[in-house]
Structures are given as C-alpha cells and as structure tokens.
Design a protein around this ligand. Structure first.
Ligand code: GDP
Ligand code: MG
Length: 696
C-alpha cells in the first residue's frame, strides 16, 4: 500500500466522472480503464453503489468514478440526484459521457444537460460496432463542432479505443480553461433565463456555488431540489413569474418546452452529421419534416407558404384598410371644415396636412401589419420558421454561409434592429459582419406600408400578393448574393458549422400568438405616434416654408397656387435639386422629398407623400392618396419606388445599431453607402429596361 501511495504521489491527482444512460457500457468502459484498481462503496445516505478506480497515465493520477446510470439530470430519481449532486459538489476535472451510439439522439439529451451544468465534457460514442451494424455513420469532427465537446469512438466490450480515450482525457484535463458550450434556447426562453440570471447574480452565495445559467434553467423547470436549495423568496417569486410567462406563450409546462428545445437542438445536429442507411424514428414531427424539409420540395413549399401569407395579408387586410383610409380622410375634412374661417390657417395645415395626412397615412396600414405579424407568429410558434432556416441552410451553404445566419435574417422581416442584435449567435466575426451587412435587405415591417400603398394603387387585385412576394424575394436573393460577394472579398474566411435546431411542431396557442403579434403591432403604433409624428411635423414644415409672397401667387387658380407653394418650400427645392439625379430612376421631386424622409424611418416615405398630396389638394373631398398616385405615375414607376425603398440606405436606427454591433462607424457607413449605390444601380437598370420595353 505504502509503495503505491509513493508511486502515485509524483502524479497530479485528477477526478474524472463517467456518466451515461443505463446499459450504455459505462461499467465496461470503467473496467477497461481502471482494471482491478477498484473500490466499491455507497454514496452517502443512499443505497446507490459508488465505484471508484485509479489509473496512472501521462503524469496524471486519475480517479475514475462510475456514476449511476441516468437518462437525464432532473431530480426525478435517486440515481439522477446522486449523479447530479456529485457533479455539482465534487466538481470533477472532467465528465466522460458514455453514449450508446446506436441510440444517439436519446443519449445526447443527457449530454446537453451535462453541458448546461457547466461540466467540462468528453463524449464517448460507445457501442460503435452496434451503430455500424444498424447502418449509422457519424461525421465525428462535424458533430463535435456542432455540439461543442470532443468525441472519441469506442467498442467497450472489445476494449477498442480505450487508449485513445485515455490520451484524450489526459489532454483535456491539462487545459485548465473552463469550456463554454454554446447551446441557446429560443428568444422567448433566453429572455426569461437572462432575467433570472441577473437576479441570481445579486446573490453571491448562490452564484458562486452554482452556474447561474444552470440555476435559472432549473428554476424555470420548477426543479424541486433546486427550489429547496435556493430558498430566497425574491428569486423563487421571479422564477414563478418567468415560468408563468413561458407557459402562456407556449401553452405548455416550461419543463416540457425546454426539453423539446433540447431535443430540437440534438435532432438538428443529427440531421446534419449522422447518416442512416435505414429508416429510423417515425413520430409525427418526423413525418411532417420528411415533406417540409425535403431536399427538393422544401424550398418550393417555403416559397409557397410565403406567397400564401402575402396574398392573405392583402386580401383580408384590404377592407379594414379602406375603412381606416376613409376614416382619416373624413377626419381631415372634418377638422378643415370646422376650422373658423379666416383664422390662422398655418395651424390648420399643420393639423390636417402634417399630422392627419402624415401619421394617418402610416396608420391605415395597421391591419395589414397586424396580419403580417400574425402570420409570422403562426409560422414561428408552430415550429415552421426553424424549418425555413433549415431549408435555407442548404441554399446558404452553397453560397458560403451557414443557415444560422438566416435566423437573424428572418427576424429582419420584422425589424432590422433586433435582427442585427440577434447576429450575436454567430461567433465568427466575419460571418457576423457579413450577416449584419445584408440584414437591411430583408424587407422590414416599416417598408411594408410603402408596398401597401403602391401595390393596390398600380396592380390589379389578382397579382398583388405575387408582386409583394416578388419584392420580398428580390431582397432575399440580393442578400444571399451580397453575402457571397462579401465572403469572397472583404470578409474572406471559413464558415464554422452550427446546429440548426428542429424543435417538434406544436399547435400555437392563442395567447402566444396574440402576445407576439400584439407586441410588434403595438411597436408600430407607438413608432407612428412618436418618431413618425415628429418627423412628419418637421417634414410638413419643410414642405410648407418658406411661403411665396402674396404677389407671387396673384392671378393663379387655387390649384396652381398650391403647387407654387410646394415648389417654393425647402422640400420642394431640395426635391428639384435632386431631380436630375433621380429622374433616370423614374422619380420626380415629390418622390425625392419622400425618399429623404425615408432615411430617418422608412414609413416616413408614405407619410411624406401623404403630406405633399394633402397640401396640394384642391378640394377637401378629392380622392384618397392611392388614387392620386395612380393619376401621377405608371406601374413601372411604382415598382421602381418599391425596389429603391427595399434596397436603399437603412434607416437611422439601423445605422446606429450597426455601428454599435460592428464596433466601428466604418461598417455602418460602408453599409449605408453600398446599399444606396446598389439600390440606385438596380432601380436604374429596371426602370430603363422597363421603359424601353414599354416603348417598343
Ligand atoms: P452500464 O449499465 O452503462 O454500466 O453498461 P455495462 O457496462 O454494464 O454494459 C451493458 C452491456 O453492453 C454489457 O453486456 C456489455 O458487454 C455490453 N457492451 C458494452 N460496451 C459495448 C460495445 O461497445 N459494443 C457492444 N456490442 N456491447 C457492449
Ligand atoms: Mg453499470
């Protein structure tokens, strides 16, 4: 005994725990690693057997602990609690997760939980002989990149791969830095985790003992052991609130929601890196996915769904839009006619033309916006959006990017600002910058009112949905092309693979849909009532002043006089100065002033046209804005307006967020200039070819 102690003494002692599902071959591996140097006892207080064994290897004195077999690390069984407490309290230098590779997806569930607990992890794909017999092949390097921890393949019963395993163990425990595995839940869950983590961090006695993120997750799952441990009322109360919030959104117990997301992560990783020559699982989600993410059908289905959504947004949204339009028009007329004759007409103009004309112009599209966001919420909450990203993944791989970039891009359909923030999920700076640069090409909600104004004004009912679909598609295609260009030039570099998560399909809850749709729509209303209102008033001022002297207006009819006032104003002059530049695109000075307004916020394009046409209005009872546009411009000009607004300079908020997330002004300015030039070039080509073709 003494002799061995002395011999072990020169070696650095480390503890390595073996975790795994029952029957994954843990004990077999343990025996192969430690031979006869074993010690069998019990975990304190419970009748669960504790096996320890020692092995000297490369200057290390390694104590292996064979943990009880568990399927997960919840607190439902004694084995789970024992294994979990060992990991939390003893904090082994390394956890070796022995996996039955012939049943990979189910086994990896425990891996994800081990990652969460913050343990340094090594995955052992045991039973790899059985896996091979079942026709499974693993892309091990890819899987290791997707999941995080390194992977070693073994056949425990034949002692194959044991030396490699030992070498890997020695290699990892020499690296002292704690690994950070990058598994993220969806935005809704992450938000609640973040809230809890912040609260936990204010309690050092907890945050120093446990990984705060793990505690937060367990609290959301209402883990009884952890709740007992935490004690603090304020944290428990917040945890209840956060869990309740998730329950309303998902319509399911948060513990189940989180489990689903873990399975989604695993299933995404396996879809990418495991090939099977035989058919395996066949649950409902898999059956749906066999069609939805089909290699050939996936993309047409995605495009078809988008098409249906846009068709719906127009067809259903048209009626309430017309009511609102008529309502605002009536309100403007009412205010104008109620105004005392001869009193200050500037104030009247500010109210009728600036406020009602400007903000009203944007507000009439609320029903369409609401429907659009509702449709997006249905696609997101049902789990389809994750599939859309998965399908785009294939397209984007061909373009040198990874599908994970498509997730912020999808968010970009709502608003570029949160989308650019969401690029934080991309670790590689070059991939991230590339994605930030192209996000403004994803047509955001603020650009929608422009389409909603233009499309019904110029295009017959049956092709409206299609035109909108084409506009969105042009954005996506340009984004992909630009990304490819950037990755080949300024932002050259390798793409790191990521897991595309495929959570199971679920029925969206009414509450969740309502919350997601309402939050975004309310944001639109708030923006209209604040930023758009402010800019509208400024633009009204620029469109109304300076006024020509009474002498200059003498002898003109009222219509001619209005037009003279507009042309005399600052906006009119700027528009006229711009005209030579934008004329080749088919734009006149009125559109020019609206484009300037749109640089602040895209909706302002609509409100500014509302102001211009409201000011120029001869009699109060004349047609709504759309009909006036139809009289002034051609469908080609209409299309070019949409094209330019889609591609051109991002709004101020986007510029600011790009500056923040990219770290320098350089990228924000580059983005602004490059997109504006691109918009100019493409619109020029389309307008010139279009009008030449029209003249034939
Ligand atoms: P534990 O419950 O995780 O400790 O699993 P055991 O180590 O007791 O192993 C369960 C069974 O699987 C035993 O009959 C082992 O001989 C067998 N086994 C272990 N590793 C392998 C392997 O790599 N391939 C095959 N075919 N059988 C294995
Ligand atoms: Mg065993």
């Amino acid at each position: 005994m003494k002799k061995t102690e002395a011999k072990f003494g020169i070696h650095r002692p480390v503890t390595v725990a073996l975790a795994g599902n029952p029957n994954s071959g843990k004990t077999t591996i343990f025996n192969a690693l430690t031979g006869s140097r074993q010690h069998v006892g019990n975990y304190p207080g419970v009748t669960v057997e504790k096996k320890e064994g020692r092995r000297l290897h490369k200057g290390l004195d390694i104590t292996f602990v064979d943990l009880p077999g568990t399927y997960s690390l919840t607190a439902y069984s004694v084995e789970e609690i024992v294994a979990r407490n060992f990991l939390l309290q003893q904090q082994p230098d390394l956890v070796v997760h022995v996996i039955d590779a012939s049943n990979l997806e189910r086994n990896l569930y425990l891996s994800v939980q081990l990652m969460e607990i913050g343990a340094p992890l090594l995955l052992v794909f045991n039973m790899s002989d059985v896996a091979r017999q079942r026709g499974l092949t693993f892309d091990v390097p890819l899987l290791s990149q997707l999941l995080g921890p390194p992977i070693v393949q073994t056949v425990g019963s034949k002692s194959q791969g044991i030396d490699r395993l030992l070498d890997k163990v020695a290699e990892i425990v020499q690296i002292r830095a704690m690994p950070v595995y990058r598994y993220h839940y969806g935005a809704d869950v992450e938000q609640q985790i973040e809230r809890l983590v912040q609260q936990i961090n204010t309690h050092p006695q907890l945050s120093q003992r446990y990984r705060p993120r793990w505690l937060a997750i367990k609290l959301l799952e209402n883990d009884q052991e952890v709740c007992k441990e935490v004690q603090d009322e304020s944290i428990l109360e917040l945890a209840g609130e956060c869990a309740g919030h998730l329950e309303t959104i998902f319509g399911d117990d948060p513990a189940i929601v989180l489990a689903d997301q873990r399975y989604g992560f695993i299933s995404g990783a396996c879809q990418e890196a495991v090939k099977s020559t035989v058919e395996s699982r066949h649950d409902v989600s898999d059956k749906i996915d066999a069609i939805m993410t089909h290699r050939v059908l996936g993309l047409p289905i995605f495009l078809g769904l988008m098409y249906t959504v846009f068709q719906l947004v127009f067809n259903v949204g048209e009626y309430p839009m017309i009511w609102l339009e008529t309502g605002f028009h009536w309100l403007g007329g009412l205010v104008a006619s109620a105004w005392p004759q001869g009193s200050d007409s500037i104030l009247k103009s500010l109210l009728v033309d600036g406020v009602i004309g400007g903000v009203g112009g944007v507000m009439v599209f609320l029903p369409n916006i609401f429907l659009l966001f509702l449709a997006i919420a249905v696609l997101e909450d049902s789990g389809y959006m994750a599939r859309a990203a998965f399908i785009m993944d294939r397209v984007m791989h061909k373009m040198g990017l990874h599908g994970k970039s498509f997730i912020p891009m999808l968010i970009g359909f709502g608003c570029s600002v949160p989308a650019i923030m969401a690029t934080r999920i991309l670790e590689n700076r070059r991939s991230r910058l590339t994605t930030i640069m192209i996000i403004p090409l994803m047509s955001c909600g603020a650009r929608f009112p422009i389409y909603a104004l233009i499309i019904p004004a110029f295009f017959p009912e049956h092709i409206r949905g299609m035109i909108l679909w084409v506009v969105y598609l042009i954005g996506i295609v340009l984004a992909v092309i630009c990304a490819r260009l950037l990755r080949k030039t300024l932002l050259k570099g390798q793409t790191i693979p990521f897991v595309m998560e495929l959570p199971p399909y679920r029925m969206p809850t009414a509450k969740g849909l309502w919350l997601h749709t309402w939050m975004r729509s309310w944001h639109y209303v708030k923006k209209a009532g604040t930023i758009i209102l402010g800019i509208s008033i400024v633009l009204w001022g620029l469109t109304s002043f300076p006024r020509p002297s009474a002498g200059q207006l003498e002898g003109l009819s009222s219509g001619q006089a209005q037009s003279a006032v507009l042309q005399h104003s600052i906006a009119g002059r700027v528009g006229r100065t711009m005209e030579p530049v934008i004329k080749p695109l088919g734009f006149d000075w009125k559109i020019g002033t609206a484009l300037i307004g749109a640089m602040a916020a895209k909706e302002v394009f609509v409100s500014q046209l509302g102001i211009v046409y409201s000011l120029g209005e001869v009699d109060e009872g004349s047609a709504v804005l759309r009909e006036k546009l139809r009289a002034d411009y051609t469908p080609l000009q209409g299309f070019c307006i949409m094209l330019f607004c889609l591609i051109s300079a991002p709004c101020m908020a986007t510029v600011a967020i790009t500056r923040r997330e990219a770290g320098t002004w350089k990228w924000a300015i580059f983005q602004w200039i490059a997109l504006t030039i691109l918009a100019y070039g493409i619109t020029l080509i389309v307008y010139q070819i279009g009008s030449a073709a029209g003249n034939l």
